[in-house]
Design a binder for this molecule. Sequence first.
Ligand code: SIN
Length: 308
Amino acid sequence: MKLTVKPLDNIGVEIQGFDITRPLEEAERQQLIALWHQYGVLVFRNQDITPENQIAFSRHFGPLALHPLKATRSEAYPELFEIESGGDKDKSMTAIYKGQTIVGRLDWHIDLHYTGKPNHGAVLTAVEVAGEGGLTGFGDLAKAYDALDDKTRELIARLEVSYAFSMQRRHMRYVDLDGYEPGPHSPKKPADVKFPDFPESVYPMVMTHPVTGMKVLGIVEQFLDRVITPYKAGLSNDESIELLERLVAHTRDPQFHYFHQWQPGDMVLWDNWRAMHCATGTPPGVRRRINRTTIEGDVQLGRVLLEE
Ligand code: SIN
């Protein structure tokens, strides 16, 4: 296969010349791994995707991880995590955002951030494309780091930040809560959706990508909690909160974002050590199904805060 790349907006490329139904030679596999790390997001269009070939394709990038949320694992294919809206599961995923009822909206996040060991990447495929909404956003945290001024880079190189897992969006400190109301069935604690609980995790505010060595801004709005011991870097608590507010606003700058509008036959692979992602959600009743496979993270990027 002769692969060519077409840049997407702000992060990632569309790969042309790829066919998931054809066996991948070792040289092609190495080329795809290199492109994944170089661009952060790879989009493949018009693929003839089955659960089997999605799982086989994903394994080219590393061993697959099973998601801790057992309820959404496919019974037939445990490596597949089924994301579905417009059906029975909507109730717990519905909330009101600035007067609009939305199902399945997710703030910017990094998968498994709350474990201290985020997965390396993931593959999403379109099973049923939403008639309205249902975009997946990707944000380049390496580009966001590069765009910071020298003074900020110097300051944040000395800081660590914590993430506190929570089921209630209104408890998250740095997401946009303006006009937000939970739905009547929004979960209140992890056990409500058969999810385990997690202690706080801590990361350097500037992460070094384990493969590329790129500097990656370690600030993502979902679950972001606080700067650890800000006084050690000469910051008051108030200054540390203002710093996080400023950095979160920086990551929301559209110059770092690509929003994928799904079409049948689409497959998207991203590097979860570099790109944050989000879901725009859909209006109630709109059908949308996405199958997801997760590539295990074999590097501990953060640490779990149990006793400090
Ligand atoms: C996710 O994997 O976080 C969800 C992506 C999506 O539903 O578009």
